[in-house]
Design a protein around this ligand. Structure first.
Ligand SMILES: *Cc1c(COP(=O)(O)O)cnc(C)c1O
Length: 421
């Protein structure tokens, strides 16, 4: 076939069967497994439609009404709508909806107010922080002087007095509030008080909890943070992507940091899909969704505790929980792998003061955002706790795992996913 005869209209199945089959395989996996990875969710079909749209063909460097290219009359309207909705949803002065990912959103907030060599105070990774909060192999760890706070050894919750002490001693330019594996509510007002005392900027990274904030089941950090960064694909249930909110006085600097500072053209399918995601998150059904996510997390957590599991900090206030597997005599790595064999997807996670290495760990992290989207409720959380207990209490029993796998297949089938695909 000559280049000029190439069929631009041919469907994927006739162009690349190999990739098409793997996407089908992934759809099958999502339908037949139970998704307990706390950072994952199932986005609505409408959002996926936008992600697969012609918007991918367009360049739109710059911001609405100040675009560098022609032909932006539709896409700049889309971006304006996304910005307005983000501001309305979270009560922000300003929003930038272009960041490609949560890590880039953090980079944008940091670059707006910090210079290389400045001090960053953020949560320790092994206590629940994120790579972009100062891991030595991340840009944040190599550009800044990183000081970390953690949780209290007894309560396993953030010790705000200790955060204040570290802030006074290290005089950071930025304090980060937010985590990837912290099962409790965050006290944003207290973080702001600490930041104000030493003249630091507060960057709240709500990547994990944005959906709970939108639904009103977690305090909203917007009013008391200088910057709020977030992903859109976790509890917010939108496309893979991110955004940054800030006080009006930082608007111009933040926008210049995102473009041309660290990104080129925005991913317009993602920008449009974020707009739809924000709109969906303002609807009453989403409030109900957020309430159910938390209800399910607390049901799963209590059911696991009744079955003898120790939960980090003794419970959960949000969508996630951390299980300490030491009482079962197994590691997080083994736990993740045997649950996977039984059709339950989760991830190994360090627990505070973990004696194991980060690639092994003593814990597992479970979240309920995805199972709640599928329509599961407290009754299914009890069934899941039974399944998890059966697998983790008999790590050598492959027959048991096969039996649990059959139960999980049945449970999955009772809560169909993407039936129209
Ligand atoms: C997931 C997460 C991010 C990063 O998101 P990516 O889109 O994977 O870059 C940043 N911060 C926190 C706290 C997160 O949980």
């Amino acid at each position: 076939m000559s280049f000029f005869n190439e069929n631009m209209e041919a469907p994927l199945e006739s162009v690349d069967g190999e990739i098409r089959a793997l996407i089908e395989g992934e759809l099958g996996r999502q339908r037949t497994h139970i998704e307990l990875i706390a950072s994952e969710n199932f986005t609505p079909r409408a959002v996926m439609e936008i992600m697969g749209s012609v918007l991918t063909n367009k360049y739109a460097e710059g911001y609405p009404h100040k675009k560098y290219y022609g032909g932006c009359e539709y896409v700049e309207k889309i971006e304006e709508i996304a910005i307005e909705r983000a501001k309305r949803l979270f009560g922000a002065d300003h929003a930038n909806v272009q960041p490609h990912s949560g890590s880039t959103a953090n980079q944008a907030a940091y670059f707006t107010v910090m210079k290389p060599g400045d001090t960053l105070l953020a949560m320790r990774l092994d206590h629940g922080g994120h790579l972009s909060h100062g891991h030595p192999l991340n840009f944040s760890g190599s550009l800044y002087n990183v000081v970390s706070y953690g949780v209290n050894r007894e309560s396993e919750t953030i010790d705000y007095d200790d955060v204040a002490r570290l802030a006074r001693e290290s005089r950071p330019k930025v304090i980060v509030a937010g985590a990837s594996a912290y099962p409790r509510k965050l006290d944003f007002a207290r973080f702001r008080e600490i930041a104000d005392e030493i003249g630091a900027f507060l960057v709240t990274d709500m990547a994990h909890i944005a959906g709970l904030v939108a639904a009103g089941v977690h305090d909203n950090p917007t009013k008391c943070s200088h910057f709020v960064t977030s992903t859109t694909h976790k509890t917010l249930r939108g496309p893979r992507g991110a955004f940054v909110l800030c006080e009006g006085r930082f608007a111009g600097d933040l926008d210049r940091t995102v473009f041309p500072g660290i990104q080129g053209g925005p991913l317009l399918p993602a920008v449009a899909a974020k707009a739809t995601c924000f709109d969906l998150a303002m609807r009453p059904e989403f409030k109900e969704y957020g309430r159910k996510v938390v209800e399910n997390a607390s049901a799963l957590c209590s059911a696991l505790m009744e079955r003898g599991f120790r939960m980090v900090s003794g419970g959960t206030d949000n969508h996630l929980m951390l299980v300490d597997l030491r009482s079962k005599g197994i590691t997080g790595k083994l736990g993740e792998s045997i649950l996977g064999e039984a059709g339950i997807t989760s991830n190994k996670n360090t627990i505070p003061f973990d004696p194991e290495k980060p690639m092994i760990t003593s814990g597992l992290r479970f979240g309920t955002a995805a199972v709640t989207t599928r329509g599961m409720g407290p009754e299914q959380m009890t069934a899941l706790a039974d399944a998890i207990d059966d697998v983790l209490s008999a790590p050598d029993d492959t027959d048991k795992r096969r039996e649990v796998r059959a139960r999980i297949a049945e449970l999955s089938a009772a809560f169909p996913l993407y039936e129209s695909l």
